[in-house]
Design a binder for this molecule. Structure first.
Ligand code: IMP
Length: 198
């Protein structure tokens, strides 16, 4: 059976496929499902925005759909950039803006969380969301070239490195998205849509 990931981001599709492949489910992107439009993400939480994307895609193609909405929330910025992570500044300047806004903030107040909500919409049957989060600190400068987005300013004290420095296999085990995907797998198993012995 075909399932759709409501994203055009090849990185996200790859991470979802890594989980779904082992269950014999064929996962296709929204473009492959023939869905070209992107709905306006006007929700006020990650969960609402993930549901907006999944519902719009499932309605357009009639197939079970999953989607994720994620971002970085910084304690000292009252949770910003949060749901506006992808639009916090012009492309290439988002990390810079966060670092600038934290210039005077001491280490003990530089906590932050990467958050990922995944929505699942199965037309005519059900819809739900799951989530995952990863705590860390905002570094004083960008370090490392791995990953994407805010990875190089997100410091993990237990590893002594940023997400931009640690290997992808490690990030894919401990990240907010990895944890949300694990919760999705558990929920789909519980509901009988996928089977652990497959
Ligand atoms: P979305 O595609 O609307 O969910 O936007 C997510 C935004 O949050 C991205 O553009 C990144 O800036 C940021 N983000 C989400 N997850 C990560 C991650 O794992 N590493 C770095 N940045 C992330």
């Amino acid at each position: 059976m075909k399932w759709v990931v409501a994203t055009s981001n090849p990185g996200k599709l790859r991470e979802f496929r890594a989980i779904f492949d082992q269950y014999g489910l064929e996962l296709i992107s929204k473009d492959e499902a023939g869905v070209m439009e992107d709905p306006e993400e006007n929700g006020s939480t990650f969960e609402e925005n993930a549901l907006i994307k999944a519902r719009a895609c499932a309605e357009a193609c009639g197939l079970p759909t999953v989607s994720d909405d994620s971002g970085l929330t910084v304690d000292a910025l009252d949770g910003a950039p949060g749901i506006f992570s992808a639009r916090y500044a012009e492309p290439g300047h988002r990390r810079e803006r966060v670092l600038r806004e934290l210039e005077q903030v001491p280490d003990e107040k530089r906590g932050g969380t990467f958050y990922c909500a995944i929505a699942c919409v199965i037309p005519g049957e059900c819809e739900f969301t799951v989530s995952g989060e990863c705590r860390g600190m905002i570094a004083h400068e960008s370090i490392g070239t791995g990953g994407f987005g805010y990875d190089s300013i997100f410091f993990l004290p237990e590893y002594g490195k940023t997400f931009g420095e640690i290997p992808a296999e490690v990030k894919n085990r401990i990240s907010h998205r990895a944890l949300a995907l694990a919760a999705l797998r558990e929920k789909l198993e519980e509901m009988g849509y996928i089977h652990a012995d497959k």
